[in-house]
Write a protein that binds this ligand. Sequence first.
Ligand SMILES: NC(=O)c1ccc[n+]([C@@H]2O[C@H](COP(=O)([O-])OP(=O)(O)OC[C@H]3O[C@@H](n4cnc5c(N)ncnc54)[C@H](O)[C@@H]3O)[C@@H](O)[C@H]2O)c1
Ligand SMILES: [Fe+2]
Length: 391
Amino acid sequence: MAHESVCRRFDVPAAILHGGGCRRQIAALVRELGGTRVLIVTDPGVVQLGVAGEIVELLTQAGLSAAVFDAVQPDPTDTNVVAGVAALEAHRADAIVAVGGGSPMDTAKVIAIRPANPQPLPEFMGLHKIAHAGLPLIAVPTTAGTGSEATKVAVITDTARQVKMMMLSSPLLPRAAVVDYELTLSMPRDLTAAVGVDTLTHGIEAYVSRRANALSDPLALQCIALCAQHLRTAWSEPGNHIAREGMMLAATLGGMAFSNSSVALVHGMSRPIGAVFHVPHGLSNAVLLPTVTRFSIKAALHRYATIARTIGCAGNAATEHAACDSLIAWLDELNAALAIPRLSQCRGVTSEIFEKSIERMSADALASGSPANNPRLASASEIIALYREAW
Ligand SMILES: NC(=O)c1ccc[n+]([C@@H]2O[C@H](COP(=O)([O-])OP(=O)(O)OC[C@H]3O[C@@H](n4cnc5c(N)ncnc54)[C@H](O)[C@@H]3O)[C@@H](O)[C@H]2O)c1
Ligand SMILES: [Fe+2]
């Protein structure tokens, strides 16, 4: 029988440490990568939690020189990158440790590749636009989360155009990830909910994407299974170590999955909401996930039914249609259980700006390329209708 042969590439960090307390191995990892002068890239919230200070201490105790750049803002911008590169040069750093959620990790990724890739930042938007490897980067996530510690993706806002630039290139991949769930125990409920649904969305979109493949599929399904098992508990019992570890592993697995498959329509539509209203990334995904799934489901019944069975909201005996119906109901219930608001109720969102921006949001969603990976393709007017349905 004829069999079409396709060459695919799978990238993950060369080393992933995981388990409670594994952050204490960071200095050894820096040395292994040849680093002596480290720039820690983080944000003010993570500094306040004492995590950045703990890592400075771990590094200096091991005889390494450490400086902290903490001026990363949520949904990081090109100006954050410029300031970070200045800090890198000032410290003459030869390695970077990113500590925080997706915002510090994404910023650190772009800071790390800047010295070897000095072109204007917008040239990196899209797929495989960054040619040269950067400084060694170790990513230490404190949210569970974006999975950025395991992805070749960075999302940086172009402040002049108010566009969230999605960059996907292998040189952005951290050399190592340190996945220590203890760092997520401090997350408040709203953050746990938003970043947790972001993780679930990574698993679902990676699995239904047109770019899904044999190596991303098992990672995506395991991400989804862990979210189903642990997200509600992590939200209702923030100190539950088992649930926190489950969500932390789900985040890293989700990152590995979508980075080697893709995200799709939810993420494509979510980024313009973030750019216009500054709604946190996880929350803008969460408000869209049930609506966009309802729209997409008929184009990939088998895959969505498998997701429902993996979650456990449909049994093996259920038909694919019945399993898909259960999945939609489960996603709606999850949003309700995690107190996820409607789009119209998110802080900073007004109907006036929504109406003024909706056409452009739809165009920007399509331009990002992510909707082209969705099992059901959406036109500009269908995307507008979906935004209204999520309103
Ligand atoms: N690169 C990727 O693969 C990828 C994937 C998805 C999202 N993203 C990007 O990641 C960014 C969002 O990242 P995020 O959702 O992790 O949030 P974030 O990094 O923006 O952090 C949000 C807030 O949470 C605080 N925080 C972080 N850890 C905490 C903890 N343990 N306890 C209490 N507070 C804590 C931070 O100080 C900050 O104020 C967006 O810009 C998004 O576009 C990137
Ligand atoms: Fe995401």
